[in-house]
Design a binder for this molecule. Structure first.
Ligand code: ADP
Ligand code: MG
Length: 691
């Protein structure tokens, strides 16, 4: 068991203590593992003649001039002279006491970033102390923090955590040598060093995490992650699951396959076989099915469901939005109802009567397949015998929700099989080595007959040309999506954006049915708009990103994305995947606006360029990694539960492979060390991560 901190119930937490908890810094070891972002050098004083712009420095000197300048911004201007040069200190807010400390003639020590400017060297709001104090003996760490948690408090908390933890090594020395780590870098040494580095160290190796102390920490972190996933894989291997075995010629599986209006692609056939093999075993499946948008994951899910139903069990399919669930439902009903399957349907907005009927169908087992939103995991929903849970767009769900669906199997000693689907793929090799706890199936091929989508990046100033293009498409009987951003912090503003565009397009396209869809609308309204668009009765659909995932209207051939510069790369790719689903040539227009800036920022430009250059989700994912950096990339895919803090799965691929090899050895040969290691790194989070 992790040693939980003893917090006397009577004493309420102070502000900074609460902030510590918010950061997850609860146990002494959590504090010890909270590592600096960067360092400040307070070990030496520099001469002003030796500094240059951008340096963060500490200097001592005498105040030779001080004045409060009024008019415009009230500010305090102070000139500091250290004998080698002068520097102008600027303060935009200051107390009388600070003004006193900065009086002419005083000797002071200041620390801050040097800036240029026509007045010569300048510092804005430097830290000021009296001159002559002792110099630090180690670099001063700067930690990641949150509001209400000052660095000085955090530093003390970390040092105290470090002093209070026992840090025996959990990784036997012989393994560390495999990654070139000198045996003297014990965990304890590495941590002490990173919290108090000596001034002679190369700052670069600390900042880019290439220093041996950092290597040690990253190797440890990756090992913890691999161990924890391997533990849960092994734990699951001991569980039993319903055997959903092989189907004959008269089976639902075979009949569905025969009734489909298309042939499966080779990639689809391969993943169907992988899934079928898994669920035919008495061990719960834990598989991620990844495939680009439009790769055809739904039919794979339907075939898995068919095999499940053939064995006499129920299957549930959960989707993150009502619109998406509706689409899945429609498609599955169209495929399976003619074959005699009753498909039930559950969502939050359902009428009470309908819901009661559905619950009854599910409880009696009469509905062998159930499609729905989060409504599926509510306590009232009781399956007769659930054996297969399929989760679409799994990254949209939290861990708890995924677990809840798995817990719907009533039996004490059986677990359902779990199939998770995602259209935001990560490169296959990365997926294989990172997800020690998941088997990964990849559909790496699109169905034939798709014409590639042409993507154009267009300045918003040319909006009218885009509207003319919409007219063209409408004349040809095509439909158009127009997507507006919806970013939570400015929801009101974005809503205005969508409604204004809606009004503009309605006016510019007389006689055309233009629809508006956004997240603030009531569910029946949304459904009606979607129904009209799917039925082809609506020419243009203006929408915020509620259509982001899964919507399938093959007749839509043009997508305009407004303020494309505000979207993330994978989100743009998801959106674009809504067109190009039929055989007509399709296009995507990325409208961008620079606002008051002369041009777009670097990252936004890179994103739009990547979109124009590639249609391949894996390639887009790779570019996304380059532009954003892997930490953020993986984090986003874990719906907030970022797993790695220090290591970087791309840059530290060597360490990742080492951890992957070592994890099973450690579990077999040194189970106590393995357990201690996982507890140390993941503590109370360990169970959570196993979901
Ligand atoms: P996604 O993987 O994005 O969920 P869908 O399952 O929605 O993709 O499939 C996209 C479209 O392609 C659907 O209209 C589907 O019926 C169709 N489709 C799927 N597989 C094939 C195939 N092998 N050949 C032709 N069309 C297919
Ligand atoms: Mg889909």
């Amino acid at each position: 068991m992790p040693s939980l901190p003893v917090t006397p119930a009577a004493k309420p937490l102070t502000g900074p203590q609460k902030a510590l908890h918010k950061l997850g810094l609860v146990r002494p070891i959590d504090l010890a593992l909270h590592l600096p972002l960067r360092y400040e050098d307070e070990t030496r004083l520099l001469q002003l003649r030796d500094v240059s712009e951008g340096d963060v420095v500490q200097v001592e000197g005498r105040v030779t001039h001080a004045e409060v300048k009024l008019g415009g911004h009230r500010q305090l201007l102070v000139t500091l002279d250290d004998g080698s040069g002068t520097c102008l200190l600027r303060f935009f807010s200051f107390y009388p006491s600070q003004q006193q400390a900065l009086a002419v003639g005083n000797r002071i020590r200041v620390r801050g970033e040097i800036r240029g400017g026509f007045a010569g060297l300048t510092m804005m709001h430097p830290v000021v102390k009296p001159a002559g104090g002792a110099l630090a003996t180690a670099l001063t760490p700067v930690y990641p923090t949150v509001a209400g948690l000052p660095q000085t408090y955090l530093r003390q908390a970390v040092q105290s955590g470090l002093a209070r933890t026992d840090l025996p090594d959990t990784v036997p020395a012989q393994y560390l040598q495999e990654i070139g780590l000198h045996p003297s870098w014990h965990l304890r040494q590495a941590l002490f060093f990173l919290h108090n580095p000596t001034p002679d160290v190369s700052l670069d190796t600390l900042l880019d995490h290439s220093h041996p102390a950092w290597q040690r920490l990253k190797a440890e972190e990756l090992l913890a992650q691999q161990l924890s996933q391997l533990q849960s894989r092994r734990a699951r291997a001991r569980l039993r699951a319903p055997v959903l075995a092989g189907a004959g010629v008269a089976s639902l599986f075979a009949r569905l396959l025969a009734a489909l209006p298309f042939q499966l692609t080779a990639a689809q056939q391969r993943v169907v076989a992988e899934i079928n093999q898994d669920i035919a075993r008495a061990v719960p499946m834990h598989r991620l099915l990844q495939g680009d948008v439009g790769a055809g994951k739904t039919v794979v899910a339907a075939l898995a469901a068919a095999q499940c139903m053939d064995a006499g069990w129920q299957c549930a399919l959960m989707a993150p939005t009502e619109i998406l669930a509706t689409q899945h439902f429609a498609k599955l009903v169209a495929w399976l109802q003619p074959l005699g399957v009753t498909v039930a349907w559950l969502t939050g907005s359902q009428k009470a009567k309908e819901r009661r009927e559905m619950l009854a169908l599910i409880a009696s087992g009469q509905a062998a397949l159930v499609v729905g939103t989060h409504a599926l995991i509510q306590a009232k929903v009781q399956f007769k015998q659930l054996a297969l849970a399929i989760i679409d767009e799994q990254h949209r769900f939290g861990v708890a929700q995924r677990l809840a669906l798995r817990d719907k199997l009533a039996s004490q000693d059986l677990e359902p099989h779990l199939l998770m689907m995602t259209a935001t793929p990560i490169p296959r090799t990365l997926a294989m080595s990172y997800y020690a706890d998941l088997d990964v199936s990849t559909i790496d091929q699109l169905p034939p007959g798709r014409t590639p989508i042409i993507t154009r990046v267009v300045n918003d100033a040319r909006r009218n040309e885009v509207i003319a293009r919409i007219r063209d498409q409408l004349v040809q009987g095509r439909q158009i999506y127009w997507v507006c951003p919806l970013i939570e912090e400015s929801e009101a503003l974005d809503l205005r954006n969508a409604t204004e565009t809606y009004a503009q397009l309605s006016a510019a396209l007389p006689g055309v049915q233009v629809g508006l869809l956004h997240s603030r609308m009531a569910s029946p309204e949304k459904k009606e708009v979607m129904r009209l668009f799917v039925a082809g009765q609506m020419g243009v659909l203006v929408s915020t990103t509620v259509i982001e995932v899964g919507v399938d209207v093959p007749n839509a051939s043009l997508m305009v994305i407004e303020h494309a510069e505000r979207f993330g790369l994978s989100q743009l790719h998801q959106l674009r995947g809504r067109v190009g689903r039929g055989s007509a040539a399709s296009a995507c227009v990325l409208l961008y606006a620079t606002g008051d800036a002369p041009r777009l920022g670097e990252a936004a430009r890179e994103r739009l360029k990547a979109m124009a250059q590639s249609n391949d989700g894996f390639e887009i994912a790779r570019r996304d990694l380059e532009i954003r950096g892997p930490g953020e990339f993986m984090g986003a895919r874990q719906s907030g539960d970022a797993l790695l803090r220090f290591a970087d799965v791309i840059e530290d691929a060597m360490l990742l492979n080492w951890a992957r090899r070592l994890a099973p050895l450690l579990l077999d040969l040194h189970p106590d060390l393995a357990e201690q290691h996982v507890q140390r790194w993941l503590g109370s989070k360990a169970d959570y991560l196993k979901a």
